[in-house]
Design a protein around this ligand. Structure first.
Ligand code: THU
Length: 148
């Protein structure tokens, strides 16, 4: 198990521990009175900066915003335009809290196919994917520049 955790985090390549801490703290700020499902996300941008977000629900339920979308908004506001690493952190009793379909596409706007996405619970990293794992054969901004 300890070995597995080390493999997931590959401690040398990205500041996973700082991203985990940011996502863990963000999750505790979530406004989720309807689902009671708290999620935190943290992203690393091309400047080496961390940005965090939490889910923010609404009494008009579809108006809620996912944690990943909040973290992306914070990154863009701060001038970040490329994603280097992502952590999504929730607590589903050991099940993986992976980004929803809409958030996968939102991540695609700013991330390369090999963007690492770590899925965690408050205690530990559970799985590591690439964006292409989660959103294969995807459509993105690069396609628009191919428009004849
Ligand atoms: N949620 C996120 O914020 N991110 C995810 O990756 C999965 C789901 C939120 C949306 C909603 O506020 C709550 O979790 C339950 O779906």
């Amino acid at each position: 198990m300890a070995q597995n955790k080390l493999n997931l985090l590959e401690l040398n390549d990205f500041p996973w521990n700082a991203l985990m801490a940011a996502a863990r703290a963000a999750r505790l700020q979530a406004h989720a009175p309807y689902s009671r499902f708290l999620v935190g996300a943290a992203v690393l941008d091309e400047h080496g900066r961390l940005h965090a977000g939490c889910n923010v629900e609404n009494a008009a339920y579809p108006q809620g915003v996912c944690a990943e979308a909040g973290a992306l908004s914070a990154m863009v506001l701060a001038g970040g335009r490329r994603l280097r690493a992502v952590v999504v952190l929730g607590d589903a009793g050991g099940a993986l809290v992976t980004p929803c379909g809409g958030c996968r596409q939102k991540l695609r706007e700013f991330g390369a196919a090999d963007l690492p996405i770590l899925i965690a619970d408050p205690q530990r990293a559970l799985a590591r994917f690439t964006l292409d794992d989660l959103l294969p054969h995807s459509f993105g901004p690069d396609h628009l520049s191919l428009n004849p």
